[in-house]
Design a protein around this ligand. Structure first.
Ligand code: FES
Length: 150
């Protein structure tokens, strides 16, 4: 059994099966892009892609995602280090304030634009409304999404 994360296989010891994916990503594998916010599936700070879909890694037991492709923030850049267009748009718009929710916001945006390259404002709203930000960067997030679309 293995986890497939950012294109790399990681053998799964028995002790990981009941841990959450978020805990294993951060504590065992050092992938600290996804953050622990609420830990209850409410905030989206822990969002990663599983099979290309945004998922809350704080709720996912490792046993549920074995052998499925998982992408974290660390897996978005190209092999040459070139940032993903969504990451670049985030930088260009200087989106983060405290930054805590931003990995989840970016992952949700990547999933949206992969599925819908030209989303309507309503589709953007529907995709990002579940991603909470408490310090008020939503206007910059929306501008960065528009920049990434162009
Ligand atoms: Fe997972 Fe809040 S930490 S949804």
């Amino acid at each position: 059994m293995f986890l497939s994360i950012n294109g790399q296989r990681h053998a799964v010891p028995d002790g990981w099966q009941d841990d959450t994916l978020l805990m294993v990503l951060r504590e065992a594998l050092g992938l600290v892009g996804p953050k622990l916010g609420c830990g209850q599936g409410q905030c989206g700070a822990c969002t990663v892609l599983v099979d290309g879909q945004p998922q809350r890694s704080c709720l996912l037991p490792v046993s549920a995602v074995l052998q499925r492709p998982i992408t974290t923030l660390e897996g978005l850049a190209g092999p040459d280090g070139r940032l993903h267009p969504v990451q670049q748009a985030w930088l260009d718009e200087a989106v983060p304030q405290c930054g805590y929710c931003q990995a989840g916001q970016i992952m949700a945006t990547v999933a949206l634009l992969d599925a819908t390259p030209q989303p309507t404002p309503q589709q953007v709203e529907a995709a990002l409304a579940p991603q909470l930000c408490r310090c008020g960067t939503q206007p910059r997030i929306r501008r960065a999404v528009q920049r990434a679309v162009q």
